[in-house]
Design a protein. Structure first.
Length: 278
């Protein structure tokens, strides 16, 4: 499959290490693109769930493909979120074409784009971390239950359902929270005179212009790879939301599980060798 050339691709909220992560689909997407820049905008690895020791081969393949892109010239920015905040201790660290930052500002054809995960604007995250973790556990269970229900629906020839989407769209407080998040991001971006503000965190893909008294800004959110299976793409001065089409997915042969630590070490060794050779 020929890779599509892109100026920039943005992915967030992949949540590697959880049962709900759609790693196979992420991998196929990454193998279909050739971006000059790749921004991993937070919650790529789910450190909150890592203690469960769930790490299939497909999850390591995603990380290996990121390293593969970096070794072939793609500039990769890793912007940690709340679920992978452990990587914030490495802010400023650079390995080959991969750099870890809290936020990044890029010039896109003369317009300034501000990228960050977005959890800094989550009041619950800042003041009630235990409540946030409880909510995360409940969400993970809902995704796990949804996964098994949809497998049954598939066998029965029925349409798949998204429990959490129905809940989020039906609960006024959830809709209000999303709107408040977007408006707050826009307010600060306008104050800082950015043209684009690009976030993750709320699992809600979006591209929309927000007008305020002090100016306007284009708000973008890359969505997630749990339910929406979306990414942001920038090419030829235009933004678009990429949505993965499951009908195009061809499953790979199932591989035998390996020790996660050994796989990480093998992956890093390969990347270091590629970096030295290049």
């Amino acid at each position: 499959m020929k890779r599509r050339s892109l100026e920039l691709a943005v992915l967030s909220d992949i949540h590697l290490g959880t049962y709900g992560c759609r790693a196979d689909e992420v991998l196929q997407y990454l193998r279909s693109i050739k971006p000059k820049k790749l921004i991993l905008n937070g919650d790529i690895v789910d450190g909150w769930q890592f203690k469960k020791k769930y790490w299939p081969v497909s999850h390591t393949k995603v990380l290996k493909e990121v390293l593969n892109l970096a070794s072939k010239g793609t500039k990769v920015y890793y912007l940690p979120g709340n679920h992978d905040e452990v990587f914030r201790r490495f802010v400023g660290y650079k390995l080959g074409n991969i750099k870890v930052e809290n936020k990044v500002v890029l010039d896109l054809d003369g317009k300034l784009a501000w990228f960050f995960h977005g959890d800094v604007f989550d009041v619950t995250m800042q003041h009630s971390r235990w409540l946030t973790r409880l909510g995360s556990e409940s969400y993970d269970f809902l995704i796990w239950l949804n996964y098994h229900v949809n497998r049954l629906m598939e066998v029965l020839g029925k349409e798949k359902k998204s429990f959490s989407k129905q809940i989020k769209n039906g609960v006024k407080s959830a809709v209000k929270y999303i709107n408040q998040f977007e408006e707050l991001c826009a307010d600060i971006a306008i104050e800082k005179k950015y043209d684009y503000v690009v976030c993750g965190h709320i699992h809600q893909p979006e591209i929309r212009k927000i007008d305020k008294e002090k100016g306007s800004v284009v708000y973008l959110n890359s969505g997630d790879w749990i339910e929406n299976l979306t990414a942001l793409e920038y090419h030829k001065e235009k933004w678009s939301i990429y949505t993965y089409n499951s009908q195009d997915y061809v499953p790979e042969p199932v591989e035998e599980s390996k020790d996660a630590k050994a796989m990480f070490e093998e992956m890093l060794l390969e990347f270091q060798l590629d970096t030295i050779v290049s």
